[in-house]
Structure formats: C-alpha cells, structure tokens
Design a protein around this ligand. Structure first.
Ligand code: FAD
Length: 798
C-alpha cells in the first residue's frame, strides 16, 4: 500500500456508496485533491448487502430531483467508467390493500406528475399483469412507476470509485480515522491509525459509524442502527430479470428479482435496534444472526401476497444493520460549530437509491460554500445536541424504520420519545384538552379538543380549530409560543453584524422590533425572524422553533472577526401571544401600564405580579401582543391572563388555528413559502427588504439582479372553491391545465368557509402579479381536479 499522504484538500471518511459518490462528484466539479479513507475495504460496511432497489419519488421537489438525478447517473455511469453498475430500469409496482392507502397512492401520483416523474394508476388486474406471481384479489389498486429500477450496490460503488480515481482522487483502504485536528472552530486535519493528514474539509460518510465519528469532533450525528432483513430464494418459476420491483406497503414488504429468484424484505412496524454498546470496528463484510421471529410478520404477509413462496427454497435470511435517523430523513451538510466538517450519513435504508444525488449535493455544498438548493428536510442543522442522546435514538429507531411503509396521514406525528421538551404551561394546557404535536422536541398545543381518527378529508378536529379561529378574529385567543428559538446578540459590532446579515433596516431605536429576512448569496431565505433592539449593542432575536440550530449557526458563521457574541436564550424565555380585537382589553385588565403602543414597538410592563416584555404584533394579522416572559413566571402570567380574559371571551388556541389564520392574513412561513430557493421578490416580501438601507447585505446583489431580470415564479393565495376538498400541502397546482407549482401551505379557513392555500406559480419566463391573478387554476388532490381562485388580497385584512 502506498504511504498515506500528509495532506489533501478534502478527506472523505468511509468507502461505502456515499463516500465514493462524494469523491466522484467532487472530482467532477474539479476538486481533485481528494483522499478517501476506508477502515476496511470499499463497500464492506452496509453497502455490500443492500437489496439495491432504486426509487425516484420523494416528498419534495428538490429531494425528488435528487433521486431522479441518481437514476440518470446510474444509467450512464457504466458508459463513462467502463465498470458495470447492474442498473436495470425494470419499473416498480406499489399496491394498496385499503382505500386509504389508495388515496395515499393517488396523492403520490399527483405529486409525481407535478415533479415530472412518470407515474400511472393501475387496476389490480393490470398490476397482476405487471407482476404475475402476485395475488391481487384483495387489492384496492396500484401505481406503476416505469422509471424506477434496481442496481448492484457493490458494482455501482466500485464504478463511482473508478470514476473518482480516474480524475485524481486517492481511495485508500485499511486506514482508520481516529480523531480530528480542530482549531478556531474549524477542522484542519484527521488523525488515523497510520498517521495524520492535514486537510481543509472532512466529509463524514461513515454510515452507521458516523455518530461515533462525529462525536470525536464534537458534532452531533443522530443516527442509530436497526437490524434489517430480507430473504433470498433460489430460482422461482416465472421470475425473470425484467420483473419490476414490487412494494406492498400495507404488508410492510418489497420484492425484486435476483438471479432468477426473489429477494423479499421489508420494514416491520416495530424495529429491532442494534449496536447499543457501539458499532464494532471490525465489522467488515459481516452480518447479524438470523432472527425468524422478528422476520415473521414480513414472511406471513409475503406468503399471502405471493403464495409461490410456499414452495420456494430460501437460500438465506440476510440480517444486516442499517442506520436510521429520528425523522427518517438523511443527514447532510456542514456541521454547526465545526467549519469544514461535512456529514453525509443516515440513509434510512435508501442509501443506494440516493447516494448519487446526495453525493452531488454534498460536493456542490463543499465547493460553493453553501447549499445549492433547499435541503432543509435533510439538513444536519435541523437537529440539536439533544438528538444525539443514545437512549432517545434507540427508542425512536424502533418507530422510524417502520415509518418507511406505514400509512402517512396528513399532519401525522411520531409518538416515541414524547413528551420531551415542555413549556411550563404543558400540564395546564393538557388539563384543558390540548392535543400536542412535537417540533424540535418541544410539545406544542395543536388544538384543544377530543381528536379522533385521522382522515384525508374533514379532520376530526375541524370544529375545534374553527372555534379557535373564530375566537381570534372576534374576541381574543392565547397561544403558547414558548418553543420559539431565542437568541441574544451582544457586543460592540452587533449592529454591524445584523446589518450585514439582515435584509431590513436594523439600525432602529432601542425598543423597536423589526421583522427581517436572512438571505443567502442567491437571495433566498435562510430564515425570517424578528429582532428587538434592546440597547445600543444588544439585540433579542426570535425565530422559528425548528430553526434554533440553523439560525444560530448562520449568524455565528457570519460574525467573523467582529466583536459580537450570540447566546441561545431559548430556555430563559416563554412566549405567550394574545391576539384578536379584544387582546388589548385582556391585557388592560391585568396591567396598569400604557399598552397603546404603535405596531412594532415593545415595552416592559407589569402584568399581574410579574414584569414582562411586550411587543405589539400579531403573526395572525390584526391586533395582538407577544409577551416575552421569564420562564419561571410563565405559569403565573398565563393564569393572570386566563382570569383577566374570561370576561372578554379569551380562548386557548393552538398551532393548527394559528397556521390557517396566518395564511388568511397573507403571512408567509419559513420552510413553506420561504426557503433557500425563494427570494423576497418571488415571495412578495419586499416590504421587509431595504435595498437602499446604506451598505451592502447578504443577498442584496442577487435581489438587484433578479429585480432587473424579473421573476419566473411568484407566490399566490388561492381560495378552494369546493369546501369539501381538503388539500394538505404538496398538491400540484395547475394553471390553464398545466403544472405550475405545489401547495406550500394550506388550511381550512373559518372566515371563508373553505380551504385557503398558498402556492408559487411558476412559468418559463418572467411573470408579474397580473399573471398570477389571471388564468384558470385547479389543484390536483389525489387525482381530483378542484377549482381554486387566486386572490388579489389576503382574505383577512386586519
Ligand atoms: C438489509 C438491507 C437492505 C437494503 N436495501 C436497500 C435498497 O434496496 N435500496 C437502497 O437504496 N438502500 C438499501 N439499503 C440501505 C443502504 O445499504 C445504505 O443506506 C447504504 O449502503 C449506506 O451507505 P454508506 O456509504 O452511508 O454506508 P456504508 O456502506 O456502511 O459505508 C460507511 C463506511 O465507513 C467506513 N468507516 C466507518 N468508520 C470509519 C473510520 N473511522 N475510518 C475509516 N472508515 C470508516 C466503514 O468501514 C464503512 O465501509 C439496505 C440496507 C440493508 C441493511
């Protein structure tokens, strides 16, 4: 073996399919000084024993584009490298056993079409023709995805490795990374069992070892292994290489052809975590012992679906570990707090299908210095250190593996490791009938009521949420928003930092609150947040619950050499919001202080026996106050307000109501209308941007360019004409019969008596508001076309 080089621009750790794909794509982008280190042999971790199913449909446009790119790559790679990949475009059939599953499949087809993926609904009989060995008498229907396929994971990885080598990457086997050289918040090199290597960038592609490896650099990589199974049969009559992949999610199982036999595996609803004592070092080309008891539920369902298995001879029950993340999505990107330390891991049993796209996105992020597309759902910054807790991960993994094929209902919540983070009001709200959902580990009241069975149409909580909306519009409602992430930025240069990062004018007098965007170099939203200037050199920043890690990292990264310190003060403050026309009356009944503040002003007021910071604003539109309350006073303040509000019709309300109310009021939400791929010009948020505030800010150049060139997509608000139709988000929007966008936010508005949605309208040329407001629009809701009308103004003008 050649000696280890003493330096390389990028060191990739892990020679599975993901590491090899990152190496391949970095070299394609011209970064050829790449060293990949693998402790065993290439593919010897998890990759070698994958089943090799390659699907192309994922939840969002970017993620689907990522998977589709993978398929393009896999179908052309052999021609480029000369090394076989085993890629075969055999198509895939997914069957539904129940009407509810069929609705879900129809929704998937609608999404697929909107994303440009070929997909077709087929009858049980047609599905039977595509997959003759399957029983179809109990099916409600099926979907046919002709572009899906299968590949040989080992060959594919070797082919990517060959491509990377041919452009100069060095891939070295038998070298274990044992630590990192960290200085000044950056990684400067890796330590190995065979010497140190200096580098600018490290990419942790260590699969199920990635959590332990991350820990060596202080980076949280929340993933945990579970035992994962499939059987391989000897030849089965009627099984040919062209046989499509078959998925029967109601039976938790999948099939593919392999050398004339069947591979049948699945995702049982209760998984079996593995590796509680850590993942062994020397786990090269190894498997775990068979466990027929754990496999039993899959086997039973498979015997039902394919009776031919009764006679088939099983060659092997393969049990290999794979790592799963707390929300079932990948972990990509540069780690918060450690510059140059990238992660591409946690592939939740979809690493073969997605290594192509994930490798490319990771390489692009490294080269560009920031993500080149909206990767929020896979972004490492969606996690916080608590997600790395091993017991948490182990218990969550039992649930997340099964999520793969479970029914996905609108607004479905995971149930394990809950309740975790709780507001001081949690027990009070629970006693009043709050039903909670979890975000970033926080329990948050969604609505107050009984709940009931989930549904794709009118949800069981609709009446409760409508009553909460009515109270907010006609009297007043109180919302517990304690889960907001909160920071304090302080120091001589705090204003300078904010002026550089924020698109709005931040040089306001102390006491003022400013709503602003944080933009990236492309002019896209990295966040939207409110900032209160506390004093000359101190600012209080309030941002979304889910954005705690992301926004703190973004701000800290851009402080540079300036004199300012960002501190996360989330736990120090509760936030109670009182909104609605009677909000002022409610507060007056509890406070002797002057409350007639102009919008956007803040002041410290007495409230009952406490003192709180009050801001005049309502996210839901109309009058309202946000109260920032030291955590230990939250319960007292809540009781005071509840008592004071009784005479004014004050009602407890939750996030479901708030979400509809903000759509009605035209307020955009981060992660929905505001993503790194959307600009304020496109989102219609230029009122919060001051291009001429004096001095440059991040994203300004891009906005100026876009203003000149025009926008080829713009946000619209639409009323759904049929009140029985329930869009949930993600549905395709058609303009004059052609796909134009997808629903970004949706809710049933009590004010309108029907649903109201937001969606971008895309075109292949610059468009103006007139274009959005003209044209005839429909939504594709599970295959049904539903008329929607673009609204010139948000329905609620408060
Ligand atoms: C039974 C089963 C079936 C599956 N079927 C499919 C499927 O059909 N389709 C699909 O898309 N996916 C499937 N998967 C998932 C897929 O196999 C994985 O997602 C994918 O292989 C992960 O690749 P990776 O490169 O991240 O990890 P790995 O292949 O595990 O590579 C990580 C590498 O890092 C190395 N490493 C770790 N620590 C160090 C260190 N300190 N120094 C040096 N090297 C280190 C390891 O030795 C290992 O080789 C399946 C998985 C299983 C278990």
């Amino acid at each position: 073996m050649p000696p280890l080089p003493s330096q390389a621009r990028v060191v990739i750790i892990g020679g599975g399919i993901v590491g090899c794909s990152v190496a391949y794509h970095l070299t394609r982008l011209g970064w050829t000084d790449v060293l990949l280190l693998e402790q065993g042999r290439l593919t010897s971790g998890t990759t070698w024993h994958a089943a090799g199913l390659v699907g192309q449909l994922r939840g969002t446009r970017t993620m689907t584009r990522m998977s589709r790119y993978g398929i393009e790559l896999y179908s052309s790679l052999e021609a480029e490298t000369g090394a076989a990949t085993g890629w075969k475009r055999c198509g895939a059939v997914t069957v539904a056993r129940t009407p509810e599953r069929m609705t879900l499949l129809k929704r998937n087809v609608a999404t697929a079409r909107s994303f440009g993926v070929e997909a077709e609904l087929v009858t049980p009989a047609e599905a039977g023709k595509l997959w003759p060995l399957m029983r179809t008498d109990d099916l409600a229907g099926a979907v046919w995805l002709p572009g899906d396929g299968k590949a040989n994971p080992t060959d594919l990885t070797q082919s990517l490795a060959k491509g990377a080598r041919s452009r100069g990457a060095r891939l070295v086997e038998g070298v274990k990374v044992t630590g990192f050289d960290l200085k000044g918040g950056r990684v400067h090199g890796v330590k190995t069992d065979q010497g140190d290597v200096a580098c600018e960038v490290v990419v942790n592609c260590a699969g199920q070892w990635a959590r332990a490896l991350g820990k060596l650099a202080g980076v949280t990589v929340p993933l945990f292994s579970a035992e994962h199974f499939y059987i391989v049969t000897k030849k089965v009559a009627g099984v040919t290489p062209d046989l499509p992949v078959l998925r029967d999610p109601d039976g938790y199982i999948y099939y593919k052809e392999e050398v004339g036999g069947l591979v049948m595996g699945g995702f049982e609803p209760e998984a079996k975590p593995w590796g509680m004592a850590g993942i062994p070092d020397r786990f090269e080309f190894q498997l775990l012992p068979e466990d027929w008891d754990q496999f039993e539920i899959l086997m039973r369902n498979a015997l039902h679906r394919t009776p031919c298995l009764e006679q088939a001879e099983v060659r092997q029950l393969l049990n290999g570990p794979e790592s799963f993340t707390p929300d079932g999505n990948f972990i990509l990107g540069e780690a918060p707090g450690v510059g140059g330390f990238f992660v591409a891991a946690g592939f939740n049993s979809a690493g073969i299908a997605n290594a192509g796209g994930a490798g490319r996105l990771t390489a692009e992020w490294i080269v560009a210095g920031e993500p080149t597309a909206d990767l929020w759902e896979a972004d490492i910054r969606r996690f916080a250190p608590f997600h790395g807790n091993a017991r948490h991960l182990k218990e969550r993994t039992v649930e997340t593996l099964g999520m793969h094929y479970a029914m996905h209902w609108p607004r479905q919540e995971l149930t394990s490791v809950r309740p975790l983070r709780r507001s001081p009001l949690y027990d009070r709200l629970k006693a009043k009938g709050a039903q909670f959902g979890a975000k970033m580990g926080w329990e948050r009241a969604l609505y107050f009521g009984e709940g009931g069975a989930p549904s794709f149409t009118a949800p069981p909580w609709l009446a409760d949420v409508r009553a909460e909306q009515r109270a907010t519009r006609q009297a007043a409602a109180i919302f517990d928003q304690t889960s907001f992430a909160k920071f304090r930025l302080q120091g001589r240069d705090a204003l300078k930092v904010l002026q550089r990062l924020c698109a709005n004018q931040m040089d306001v007098s102390p006491g003022r609150m400013v709503y602003t965007a944080l933009l990236n170099r492309r002019g896209g939203f990295e966040s939207d947040l409110t900032v209160i200037r506390l004093s000359e050199d101190a600012f209080f920043i309030v941002t979304g619950t889910a954005q705690a890690t992301r926004d703190a990292d973004w701000i800290r990264r851009h402080i540079g050499d300036d004199m300012a310190v960002l501190t996360d003060v989330t736990s120090a403050w509760s936030v109670l919001s009182v909104m609605g026309p009677k909000a002022e009356a409610v507060l007056r009944a509890a406070s002797p202080d002057d409350l007639a503040l102009p919008a956007g002003a803040t002041s410290t007021i007495d409230l009952g026996h406490a003192r709180v910071m009050s801001a005049r604003m309502a996210y839901v539109g109309g009058p309202g106050y946000e109260l920032y309350v030291p955590t230990e006073f939250a319960a007292t303040v809540y009781d005071t307000l509840s008592e004071a509000g009784a005479a004014h019709g004050l009602k407890d309300a939750g996030y479901y109501a708030m979400d509809v109310l903000r759509i009605e009021a035209g307020r955009r939400g981060f992660g929905h209308e505001l993503t790194p791929d959307d600009t304020p010009l496109e989102a219609g948020l230029m009122y919060a941007v001051k291009l001429d505030k004096g001095g440059d800010f991040l994203g300004r150049e891009a906005l100026l360019r876009q203003r000149e060139a025009g926008c080829s997509k713009r946000l619209g608000i639409f009323r759904v004409e049929d009140p029985r139709a329930f869009p949930w988000g993600g549905e395709g929007l058609l303009r004059d019969g052609r796909p134009a966008g997808e629903v970004t936010s949706s809710g049933y508005s009590d004010l309108l008596g029907t649903s109201v949605v937001m969606s971008y309208v895309r075109a292949d040329r610059p468009i103006d508001r007139g274009y959005v407001l003209s044209g005839s629009y429909e939504l594709d809701i599970a295959g049904e076309r539903v008329k929607v009308t673009p609204l010139a103004k948000p329905p609620f003008q408060g």
